[in-house]
Design a protein around this ligand. Structure first.
Ligand SMILES: NC(=O)c1ccc[n+]([C@@H]2O[C@H](COP(=O)([O-])OP(=O)(O)OC[C@H]3O[C@@H](n4cnc5c(N)ncnc54)[C@H](OP(=O)(O)O)[C@@H]3O)[C@@H](O)[C@H]2O)c1
Length: 258
């Protein structure tokens, strides 16, 4: 955006909003990302995030939005299932109608069904692939042209260490995460020609609702969502000339489900 004549640059920077879509913002890692972006509104000069919080559960989003607003960030709630392309279209068009642009997309929403090979069903397959691959692809496809036109933007993909290493109980999940990594690499080819940053975030085991109940001893070895969200927000806040291409996180004891 070019400064208008007669308007102080400091005023423009102060008023400049960062429109940030975060999928899966109701729980776990996505919730921590939303809260850390909101906290940055309090601590960083001239950083005014508008957080578009997306998931299927309204009550989760309302709680996260309240917390984000308490730090002075703007937060919109969009109840949507990214496995449904019509809902993706509505999410993107309503964001553009309301805010005019999109500066950052955090592709975080993801699901996993963890079972031995022979117990996985067609429903497990469709459920996992439709969110992790179909949803991530079509949302990225819809948002990228906005950034391409702006010659600015940042897309984060929360993939996993399971995008590079397979685990026995994670065959479909790993397929989806290896697939997401393919999309990350394809997007880099488009993004580098138009000043858009792409970051592949690859966590190992993080204690979130995705894991259900875990034994106390196991929880003690796992990472926490804020261990991932803090560095992600810092990567966004770096000058646009610098792209953090990958963030890899592991519990200090290594992968815990190998
Ligand atoms: N936790 C880990 O150890 C770990 C490690 C590596 C990578 N990851 C990845 O990190 C991401 C977040 O995982 P998490 O552990 O934070 O999971 P989580 O606690 O289960 O939270 C997932 C969030 O995504 C939302 N979501 C799921 N499917 C969705 C859909 N189709 N449309 C819209 N929202 C959807 C969920 O809300 P609703 O169900 O209400 O929609 C929830 O808010 C995932 O991509 C996961 O694969 C996690």
């Amino acid at each position: 955006m070019l400064p208008q004549a007669g308007v102080e640059l400091s005023t423009i920077l102060k008023n400049m909003k960062h429109i940030i879509i975060i999928t899966g913002a109701g729980k776990g890692i996505g919730k921590a990302i939303a809260i850390d972006f909101a906290r940055a509104a309090e601590t960083q000069n001239n950083f005014n995030p508008v957080l578009i919080l997306v998931s299927r559960t309204l009550s989760d989003l309302e709680a996260v939005a309240t917390k984000c607003r308490s730090y002075g960030a703007d937060a919109d709630i969009v109840q949507a299932d990214i496995a449904d392309t019509a809902q993706i279209d509505k999410l993107v068009s309503s964001t553009l109608e309301r805010h005019g642009t999109i500066d950052c997309l955090v592709n975080n929403a993801g699901v996993g069904r963890f079972k031995p090979l022979t117990e996985l069903t067609e429903e497990d397959f469709d459920y996992t692939i439709s969110t992790n691959l179909k949803g991530t692809f079509f949302l990225t496809q819809k948002v990228f042209p906005v950034m391409e036109k702006n010659k600015s933007g940042h897309i984060f993909f929360i993939t996993s260490v399971a995008a590079e290493i397979a685990f026995k109980s994670s065959s479909i999940y790993s397929m989806s995460k290896f697939g997401q990594k393919g999309l990350v690499e394809a997007m880099r080819l488009y993004a580098k020609t138009c000043n858009v940053r792409i970051t592949n975030v690859m966590p190992g085991a993080v204690y979130t609702p995705m894991w259900g109940d875990v034994p106390k001893e196991m929880k003690a070895t796992m990472m926490m969502p804020e261990d991932i969200s803090g560095p992600l927000v810092n990567a966004y806040l770096l000058p646009q000339r610098t792209s953090v291409e990958e963030l890899v996180f592991r519990p200090v004891c290594g992968d815990i489900n190998e």
